[in-house]
Design a protein around this ligand. Structure first.
Ligand code: C2E
Ligand code: MG
Ligand code: MG
Length: 619
């Protein structure tokens, strides 16, 4: 066998070696490939490890950002929800849960429409659908107002901001739900402040104007009548001064309630000034209703009311104008109504008055008179007449009352009653008073110069003139210009001038007194002042009103009053003068009750200066 092997041919041996060599090369090659693959695998594994780390980190970051986003969303006060195009709620933040009063699981999957209503007249779906049809065009979001309806709680006003998003080809909406209750309340408060009177809660002047315009428009469109009433409380200022502002305020509130109760809900009741009210009655078909409303108001307000523990009796005057009968627009309707109100007050307050054309003509006449009066002051058309005052003991003349007259260029001689009230209203009274003081003092000077024995001149002063700041100046300059002794000048004021502001009145009376000028109370016994002022105010004379003198011989009561005034004067060391003595019998009684002086037609009518001087000489 050995031999067999040994005997393998040399050629066979060679082939075998070559084959082995090839095998080795193959193996070597295989080993190289394996080695390369292993390196690749290692690199791949390393790469995988890095990627996993990155992925883990990314995932962690996503989680954290998601968590943070949720935390932020939950911290927002507004509700934030995402909803699908068919209004299904897909996610909510904590505020949505709180605001809508439902749990997260109850909210998710339910329809958003269950929680909002009055969506500016549309359904949520239609708005969302509108997004297809262009509601969202050119904008990323729309803002709408609605009422949110939380579960188990009252609805609240809300603002809704809807933003449209497209995610992976699907339309979604992010919805911000904001509770605007506070904003609405603030808006309401501001509106209330702008349109309503704070004290009474009635419409204010602004709102009244608007409502009147509306009422007039409606009335002309439907061919019906609208009625305007302007109302003014009687004696409100006195009540305020006597009882104090809190009582005054409460009275206004009580009156406001009476007015509201006297009209329909659809009518307007407004407070347009301190104690001025207005009522607009819409759509009046039966004219009788206007009268009924006015009567009811006058009646109710004139009932004594207990306000803050005080019994207050007041009254109300009402002017009434009617659209379209009286005027064609609001401004004119108010103007005419105001005239009617003025007329109601003039006729004694506590009543109502319809506007009629006569009023307007009398107002125009007043306007003409006012212009004439301004001219009169420039053209020196005022003249003083003098009426003597005689001592009851001895019958000699102790003084004269100066009474103003106006020589009107066309109407002739006018008495104070024809123009003084108008002058008091338009402020001309101060200028008239100034001229009267000048003329009165000049008369005293003339008498002194012509050797007539000295007489006191009593000059009448209106309350508004008396309270005017420049009143003292006009007295001083009249005294200075004439150079007379101030003791010959006397100021006559009525009691009503004394009730305004006691401190100011006292101060002024003292100033007058310190000039040496004396003060008389005119028409004593007819005013509203309390007698206590006689003790506190420096007053030298009381003029017993002629209404008492008139019946002094026939009425026991009037005689008693006159006598009481004389006694009161005597005990306070104040002189008394009886006014309006027309008969000898009256003069006799005046003498019997020991009144110090008298004045009246029985002795002399008021006379022009020259005639008066002749009268004096004759005496
Ligand atoms: P008074 O101050 O009470 O003046 C008395 C008024 O009674 C005067 O009216 C006078 O003419 C009138 N009279 C006098 N004696 C009698 C009489 O025996 N019987 C009757 N029935 N009447 C008599 P007059 O001049 O028309 O003045 C009216 C009022 O006008 C005055 O009332 C006074 O309050 C006011 N007045 C007059 N002159 C002025 C003035 O210069 N300034 C102001 N502010 N008021 C004036
Ligand atoms: Mg007088
Ligand atoms: Mg008088």
């Amino acid at each position: 066998m050995q031999d067999n092997i040994a005997v393998r041919s040399e050629s066979e041996q060679l082939v075998h070696t070559e084959s082995l060599q090839r095998r080795v090369v193959e193996l070597q090659d295989f080993a190289d490939r394996i080695e390369a693959d292993a390196a690749k695998a290692i690199a791949l594994a390393e790469e995988l490890a890095v990627s996993k780390k990155i992925t883990d980190e990314a995932l962690r970051q996503v989680k954290s950002s998601e968590w943070r986003t949720k935390a932020v969303l939950d911290a927002v006060v507004d509700g934030i929800l995402s909803i699908s195009a068919d209004a299904t709620i897909e996610s909510v933040n904590a505020s949505s849960i709180r605001m809508l009063g439902a749990s997260e699981s109850e909210l998710l999957g339910s329809n958003f429409e269950n929680f909002v209503t009055d969506f500016e007249g549309q359904s949520v779906k239609s708005v969302l659908l509108g997004s297809e049809s262009g509601e969202f065009e050119n904008t990323d979001s729309v803002t709408l107002f609605c009422n949110a309806r939380p579960v188990g709680r009252a609805p609240f006003p809300a603002e809704l901001i809807l933003a449209k998003l497209t995610i992976a080809g699907q339309t979604k909406f992010t919805c911000v739900l904001r509770d605007i209750t506070e904003r609405k309340n603030a808006e309401f408060a501001i509106q209330k402040l702008a349109l309503y009177d704070q004290l009474t809660g009635l419409a204010n002047r602004h709102e009244f104007q608007q409502n009147l315009d509306t009422a007039i428009n409606m009335a002309s469109r439907h061919d019906v009548t609208a009625v305007l009433m302007l109302l003014d409380l009687d004696k409100f200022k006195e009540i305020n001064d006597t009882f104090g502002h809190p009582v005054g305020d409460e009275l206004l509130v009580s009156v406001a309630r009476i007015l509201e109760a006297s009209v329909r809900k659809s009518d307007t009741v407004a407070r347009i000034g301190g104690d001025e009210f207005a009522i607009i009655l819409n759509n009046i078909v039966d004219p009788l209703r206007v009268r009924q409303v006015a009567e009811r108001i006058v009646d109710s307000v004139s009932q004594p009311m207990v306000v803050d523990g005080s019994l207050i009796s007041t009254g109300i005057s009402i002017g009434i104008s009617i659209f379209p009968r009286d005027a064609k627009d609001a401004k004119e309707l108010i103007r005419l109504c105001d005239k009617a109100l003025y007329e109601a007050k003039r006729r004694g307050r506590g009543n109502y008055q319809y506007y009629d054309e006569v009023m307007d003509s009398s107002a125009r006449a007043e306007q003409v008179l006012e212009n004439d009066l301004r001219l009169a002051l420039v053209r020196d058309e005022l003249e003083l007449y003098f009426q003597p005052q005689l001592a009851t003991l001895g019958g000699h003349t102790v003084g004269a009352e100066a009474l103003v007259r106006w020589h009107h260029p066309t109407r002739g001689l006018l008495l104070p009653g024809d123009f003084v009230p108008l002058a008091e209203k338009n402020g001309l009274i101060s200028e008239i008073g100034k001229q009267v003081l000048q003329k009165g003092c000049q008369a005293v000077r003339a008498w002194r110069d012509t050797g007539i024995e000295a007489l006191t001149v009593a000059v009448n002063v209106s309350p508004c003139q008396f309270l005017n700041d420049r009143f003292m100046d006009s007295i001083s300059s009249a005294l200075e210009d004439s150079g007379i002794n101030p003791r010959w000048l006397e100021i006559e004021i009525t009691e009503n001038a004394l009730i305004e502001d006691p401190e100011q009145v006292r101060d002024k009376l003292e100033k007058i007194r310190s000039l040496g000028v004396s003060v008389a109370i005119d028409d004593f016994g007819t005013g509203y002042a309390s007698l206590a002022y006689l003790r506190n105010f420096p007053v030298q004379k009381l003029k017993i009103d002629r209404t008492f003198v008139k019946r002094i011989t026939t009425s026991i009561a009037d005689r008693a009053i006159a006598e009481a005034i004389v006694n009161l004067g005597r005990s306070l060391n104040i002189d008394t003068v009886a006014e309006g003595v027309e008969t000898l019998q009256q003069a006799d009684v005046i003498r019997q009750i020991h009144c110090s002086a008298m004045q009246g037609y029985y002795f002399s009518h008021p006379l022009p200066q020259e005639k008066f001087e002749q009268w004096l000489r004759k005496q």
